[in-house]
Design a protein around this ligand. Structure first.
Ligand SMILES: Nc1nc2c(ncn2[C@@H]2O[C@H](COP(=O)(O)OP(=O)(O)OP(=O)(O)O)[C@@H](O)[C@H]2O)c(=O)[nH]1
Ligand SMILES: [Mg+2]
Length: 323
């Protein structure tokens, strides 16, 4: 059942959390004449039961939000928002959904402009193994090509055997050139060669693919920082974007990944991949709230066209409609 349907179930009717109602017991075999006192007692009991059941519904909502990958602080802020006006009565399912939607949108409301201007613009793409770096780079290159920009891809994942060939095949498919490297080559030396070629050929945008191993954080940090130094210090080129690729199907580990990469180099934005895979994706909200990193691009499939600029409503829908 989707997140939305569950909220509707919780707040749509009177209440869904089952609890034996003392009132019902009275109603079945009730005496026709009841004293004012016993009716009042019943009402208090009834209200107590209702309050308990409502608290249980809010607990269920809290669980639902946490389960969707939303961090505790944001969950608490959402619950506070949903309870707002609670004195005037129980919020309807529509109000609950609207308030959740509002809060998620507010957290995700960061500047998601993708910067690709420069001489050339340099876009560094990073992220853990299998997040979707190489395929996103191909999609981004394809998108830029359709905007009549010239692109050079740089194969700086020299760690994984086959990584260079994978990018080469995609570069061919898109129809953009690629700076090759050999396995084990220092990534920053490939980046150096790539930038030299890009400057000579007056390429508009250079997109750099990197290795995604996180098991050795020290090496990864060192490698990424060295690549950044080559771009910014040796070439004097400001990085237009340093994009972190996050797989939307990753749970709370996504926040750890974002923290780890941000500690290594400044991350300017996120490419959120695999949103077509039935992801809950709530962890992206935690990243936005804690690290203030905007999502810039969203990938939703395996074709070259499966990429689009970030749209807040799409992502909120992804979270709310997730199963
Ligand atoms: N369904 C779907 N699959 C995707 C998406 N993006 C990437 N993939 C798949 O995820 C897998 C890994 O993608 P890669 O682009 O190779 O990931 P990577 O981060 O470069 O991986 P490493 O180079 O091993 O670190 C591939 O099978 C891709 O087809 C997406 O948006 N949707
Ligand atoms: Mg790759």
């Amino acid at each position: 059942m989707s997140f939305l349907s569950r909220v509707k179930q919780l707040f749509g009717g009177d209440t869904l959390v089952e609890e034996e109602s003392p009132v019902e017991a009275h109603e079945i075999g009730a005496e026709p004449q009841e004293s004012v006192l016993s009716t009042a007692a019943q009402t208090v009991e009834q209200q107590g039961g209702r309050a308990r059941r409502e608290a249980a519904d809010f607990d269920a909502l809290e669980e639902l939000l946490i389960d969707a990958g939303i961090d505790v602080d944001t969950t608490m802020a959402i619950l506070q928002e949903v309870r707002r006006g609670g004195l005037l009565g129980r919020p309807t399912a529509e109000q609950v959904i609207e308030r959740i939607r509002g809060k998620l949108s507010a957290v995700l409301d960061l500047d998601s402009t993708l910067h690709t201007t420069g001489s050339p613009a340099v876009v560094l793409v990073t992220g853990v193994n299998g997040a979707g770096k190489t395929s996103s780079i191909a999609k981004l290159a394809n998108m830029l090509k359709h905007e009549n920009r010239t692109v050079l891809l740089v194969a700086a994942d020299t760690f994984r055997a086959g990584a260079v060939d994978q990018l080469a095949i995609l570069a061919d498919r898109v129809g953009v050139p690629m700076m090759r490297s050999v396995e084990g080559q220092d990534p920053s030396s490939v980046v150096f060669n790539g930038l030299q070629k890009a400057v000579a050929d007056k390429v508009d945008v250079v997109v750099i693919d990197t290795a995604g191993r996180l098991e050795n954080k020290k090496n990864l940090t060192f490698e990424l920082q060295k690549v950044v130094r080559v771009i910014e210090t040796k070439f004097g080129l400001p990085l237009s974007e340093t994009l972190l690729v996050i797989d939307a199907t990753t749970g709370e580990n996504a926040l750890m990944q974002a923290r780890a990469f941000s500690e290594a180099i400044p991350i300017s934005g996120i490419i959120l991949t695999k949103v077509d895979s039935g992801a809950k994706g709530g962890s992206i909200v935690s990243i936005a709230r804690e690290l203030r990193i905007p999502i810039k691009l969203v990938c939703n499939g395996e074709t070259l066209m499966s990429i689009k600029p970030f749209d807040k409503d799409d992502i909120v829908d992804m979270i709310l409609l997730s199963e």
